[in-house]
Write a protein that binds this ligand. Structure first.
Ligand code: GCB
Length: 578
């Protein structure tokens, strides 16, 4: 059948068996490589294929990759050179099967009772609450460059008084360079430091230049990157311009946008540019009608617009890394991002074995490598709701967290926990303690009057034990848009409101002590596996799946706008009651 790329394939199918298909899905198309790529370095880049991918050109295997949500590429220069402009056949096989050792894990259960199931019948089970959308979810591109090319740039920033410091490290591949030029443009586009990198630059060996791929640029009168609410011009971005020349006179140029800012944890506080920040945001999903988890600019912009309307200053990429375009937008708009690894549903001992650890570390490396230059990304979340009470989880997460710190010592690290503080073994390694808690919903269902006591007690217990800043990473209620009831009942819009309202005084109180964030679950209703607890998906969205508001959206908007005004005008008390 015809299949658009990018998109998940599931919701383009007409039968439940096809939609819920588990196994190898095959994509194929013919393409004629652009002549501009001929005899140059050419890389075939996949931004995300879920979950396993194998790629062939004309039947020749050129790449394999494990793990959705993160990019991979193959050097196809040789193939294109030999093809000399001839049409080629590109084949991609994508397999969505999740096993105890994949990240995220799952399991295939064979139903062996032949009185109830046909022979060979199996189901894919998962321990996470979103539909396992599959296919080529993000764009596929051919990147043509000189033979010698800029493979990666790593930027870290800091500042002192009005001077910014930009440390860069450039990785070059494909050959030897004869010269490297590095320059900096300010947010208005003016060249402010380093070399002038001009579009018509001609690579000549005699030109003066550096050969060092790393260095420091000082930025006088620096304009720092700020999120919304803390500054009247949030999201200011500098551009690092890098040009490298190869022996043959060819050049490669990359322009990387980044922000100058610092993040730190001091005592019970989270600081951005040495100023205390409080995250008021939401968890979300990459999820939309028809497209599934497929990259869709329209949905992405609409969701960003909803966040803006709510006055949110943060979101978490629950429960996997989102598209690079989403992070670019967050950079520009000044939204803080907690970026999550795709490790969700690690709940049994066999999810913590050597194979899982290797894949978790691989995903973490790919993720930090892809996203480390985004100023919006202020924290890495390494997993959601693992069985952190298990002894195996302790050594497992000690290694995962140490690796995250080794790869990036400029951002705090968290894991989102849901086990009781008395049995958890992972929070001891974290910079920021994140917890999910559904008081009035999964606990004490239908009793919003208990939320104040239960929530306050739980949050304080985490802080008392670990003396780290705490974020309530998920809380919320489900509501079916248009279902009303007074007095309220679960799933009515009134109950949704009431449950949220009962949380706010606790947030205001604990914020004075150690709470550094409140993250409502969820921005938009989203698709899940079918089950008796889900009414055509998870209904904890403030917006329906077609992005229309429920009553609760107005309540949160009111609160978040007030929190924003309060940070813009610190002399006015932010705690004005509810
Ligand atoms: C959670 C999970 C999230 C679910 C949510 C819920 O704790 O982290 O993935 O969707 O609860 O609504 O049950």
């Amino acid at each position: 059948m015809d299949m658009p790329v990018p998109s998940s394939y599931n919701d383009l199918m007409q039968t439940p068996t096809d939609r819920d298909f588990v196994g190898w899905a095959w994509y194929e198309r013919r393409f004629r490589p652009p002549m501009a790529c001929h005899a140059r370095r050419a890389r075939l880049h996949f931004a995300s294929v879920h979950y396993y991918a194998v790629v062939w050109i004309d039947g020749l295997e050129i790449a394999t990759h494990e793990g959705g949500h993160l990019p991979f590429e193959a050097d196809i220069s040789g193939v294109l050179f030999q093809a000399k402009g001839r049409e080629l056949r590109l084949t991609v096989a994508a397999n969505n099967t999740l096993t105890p050792n994949t990240i995220p894990p799952g399991r295939i259960i064979y139903m062996n009772d032949t009185s109830r199931y046909p022979i060979g019948y199996f189901v894919q089970e998962v321990d996470f609450d979103f539909f396992n959308y599959a296919g080529i979810d993000r764009p596929v591109s051919i990147i043509c460059s000189s033979q010698v090319y800029i493979q990666d740039i790593m930027v870290t920033t800091t500042f002192s008084a009005s001077v910014g410091f930009v440390f860069y490290n450039i990785s070059i591949a494909g050959g030897t360079v004869t010269s490297i030029f590095v320059g900096l443009r300010d947010p208005k586009g003016h060249h402010v430091a380093g070399d002038a990198v001009l579009p018509d630059h001609i690579c000549r060996p005699s030109l003066h230049s550096s050969l060092s791929p790393h260095g420091l640029i000082k930025v006088p009168n620096v304009s720092l990157w700020w999120p919304v609410g803390l500054n009247t011009t949030p999201g200011l971005l500098y551009t690092l311009e890098v040009l490298v020349c190869g022996f043959d006179g060819e050049k490669d140029v990359v322009r990387l946008q980044f922000g100058i800012r610092t993040v730190s944890v001091v005592g019970s506080r989270l600081l951005l540019n040495d100023r205390e920040i409080y995250l008021h945001g939401l968890g979300r999903h990459e999820d939309a009608d028809l497209r599934g988890r497929g990259y869709d600019a329209v949905t992405m912009v609409k969701d960003a617009s909803l966040l803006g309307w709510l006055g949110a200053n943060a979101f978490r990429t629950s429960h996997y890394p989102y598209s690079e375009q989403t992070l670019d937008m967050a950079d520009r708009q000044g939204i803080l991002v907690i970026l999550e690894a795709p490790a969700v549903g690690l709940v049994t001992v066999d999810n913590f074995g050597k194979r899982s650890l290797e894949q978790h570390l691989t995903a973490l490396r790919e993720l930090i490598n892809r996203d480390r230059n985004h100023p919006s990304v202020i924290m890495w979340s390494l997993a959601n709701e693992p069985a952190s009470n298990l002894p195996v989880a302790e050594s497992y997460f000690r290694q995962v967290i140490a690796e995250a710190h080794r790869l990036d010592d400029t951002r705090p690290v968290t894991v989102v926990l849901n086990k009781d503080v008395s049995v958890d073994r992972v929070a001891q390694f974290l910079d920021v303690v994140s917890v999910n808690a559904y008081f009035g919903w999964y606990h004490a269902s239908g009793h919003p009057e208990l939320i104040g006591q239960q929530l306050g007690h739980m949050l304080s217990a985490w802080y008392t034990k670990h003396h780290r800043p705490v974020i309530l990473m998920e809380y919320g209620a489900g509501s079916v848009a248009g279902l009303h009831s007074l007095p309220s009942v679960m799933f009515s819009e009134e109950y949704h409101l009431e449950l949220m309202r009962k949380h706010f005084p606790v947030f205001d109180e604990k914020r004075e002590e150690f709470l550094v964030g409140e993250m409502l679950w969820n921005l938009v209703d989203f698709n899940t596996p079918q089950g008796v607890k889900r009414v055509a998906g998870n209904r904890k969205g403030l917006f329906t799946r077609n992005r229309q508001p429920k009553m609760a959206a107005f309540l949160l908007r009111d609160r978040y706008m007030r929190l924003n005004n309060a940070s813009a005008h610190p002399s006015i008390p932010w705690c004005l009651g509810n």
